[in-house]
Design a protein around this ligand. Structure first.
Ligand code: ZN
Length: 417
């Protein structure tokens, strides 16, 4: 199985210049190939093969005066860039034909110098790790790496990323053998808490880590500063970078926290069920939301990676599932609950519910029912899962935010890392 291991890297000024030049070349190669495919399509010609495209936009292009500078960078990242375009097309075709599950994938788009994230991929011929711990990239040089944890095996490729905060990272793909843990009985549903980080269906609570609250305060200050700067000004660009850095800090300086939490969950339970991202989080203020969602996405990714590695199950409950409306005792659908309602009593059976704990229990039941359905087993009696139901929880529906313009404000060009 393939796992990703990411580390901060610190290229020198000269290396940064080479990397930026290579980012540019990889973008041009990608865009030239995309344009060639679009043109072929317009002209009713057959879909150009990647080997032919490679010859056209790299080998032949290097010999022309307009693209001669392509020769000044390593060829491996350029070829990888074309492979990425192939993957983008494959994902699009699979999505259209229904072979690919999940949200629809659009046609590949042209890349821009202004994209907030720039990346390059190097494969076996393009990189190696030196005995002194430096990462050697072809035609770039030996780059210093902060090895925050050990690589479990030799990596097969590395992606160099420059993010909106101006930081460089190396993300290695490593092939590791799964090592299944002995089975346990426990299964839990997890609800993304409104006042805590998360609430588990067994009643335990994962508290917001201190760094998250601190990061939120910093973000708020940075956001205020940003909103005071004139649009298009240099100071605004600077302030935006500051906001991006504040976001980034949450994402990577304290990776040990989600690692610890997810390792514990995976060790102690056989199956973990979560609600699909987004809907619940939207009820929060937009600053808090962006911090939480970044953290929550990492949390989920780590859970899924570790489950695959250690032989556990992670089930995602559909976002339309009304987890906070159903009574987890009798299954009665009690209607929407505004976000300030922390506790409520079921109108049918009278049981008093803690909002988050009740939701976590519903997520557990729905996840278990989903899993049984998928394996063809008998459906568990109890909570019904309305598959086509629209999310109706007031204030958390995406549509509500779109119409109030809240979402547009949140999307204001601030990258969430
Ligand atoms: Zn009830």
């Amino acid at each position: 199985m393939h796992l990703r291991y990411s580390y901060r890297i610190y290229p020198t000024a000269g290396q940064r210049a080479s990397l930026v030049r290579t980012f540019g070349c990889a973008r041009v190669v990608y865009s030239d190939a995309l344009a060639a495919r679009k043109e072929a399509r317009k002209g009713g010609l057959p879909y150009p093969k990647s080997t032919d495209l490679q010859k056209q936009v790299i080998t032949a292009a290097k010999k022309t005066p307009e693209r001669a500078w392509l020769a000044s960078v390593g060829v491996d990242p350029l070829i990888r860039s074309l492979r990425d375009l192939d993957t983008a097309y494959r994902n699009f075709f699979d999505s259209v034909s229904g072979k690919r599950a999940g949200r629809p994938v659009g046609l590949p788009r042209f890349k821009s110098r202004k994209d907030s994230r720039q990346s390059l991929r190097f494969t076996l011929n393009g990189f190696r790790i030196r005995g002194n711990g430096k990462l050697n990239l072809a035609k770039i040089g030996d780059v210093r790496v902060k090895w925050s944890r050990a690589l479990p095996a030799d990596p097969s490729s590395v992606t160099i990323v420059l993010d909106a905060a101006g930081r460089y990272c190396a993300s290695f793909v490593v092939d590791v053998e799964p090592e299944h843990l002995p089975e346990v009985d426990a299964e839990v549903g997890i609800d993304l808490g409104l006042t805590t980080y998360a609430v588990l269906s067994d009643g335990s609570v994962i508290d917001n880590p201190r760094f998250l609250r601190k990061a939120e305060r910093k973000l708020k200050a940075a956001q205020r500063e940003l909103s005071r700067k004139a649009k298009g000004s240099k100071n605004r660009a600077k302030a935006r970078r500051k906001v991006a850095r504040a976001h980034a800090k949450v994402a990577d300086t304290r990776m040990d926290w989600p690692h610890k939490q997810t390792t514990k969950l995976i060790r102690e339970t056989q199956a973990v069920y979560l609600e699909d991202l987004n809907v619940r989080g939207l009820g929060r203020g937009r600053l808090a939301k962006s911090v939480h969602d970044a953290g929550w996405a990492t949390f989920r990714r780590l859970l899924e990676e570790k489950a695959a590695r250690y032989g556990r199950h992670v089930g995602i409950v559909h976002r339309a599932f009304p987890s906070s409306q159903l009574c987890s005792d009798c299954g009665h659908r009690d209607g929407p609950k505004p976000l300030h309602v922390r506790e409520w009593a079921c109108q049918v059976c009278g049981v008093l519910h803690d909002r988050d704990l009740n939701a976590a229990r519903n997520i557990l039941a729905a996840g278990q029912a989903d899993r049984l359905n998928a394996s063809g087993g008998p459906v568990r009696p109890g909570v019904a899962i309305p598959r086509q139901a629209r999310p109706v929880e007031r204030g958390t529906h995406l549509g509500d935010l779109r119409t109030t313009g809240d979402r547009a404000a949140g999307a204001g060009g601030i990258p969430v890392l």
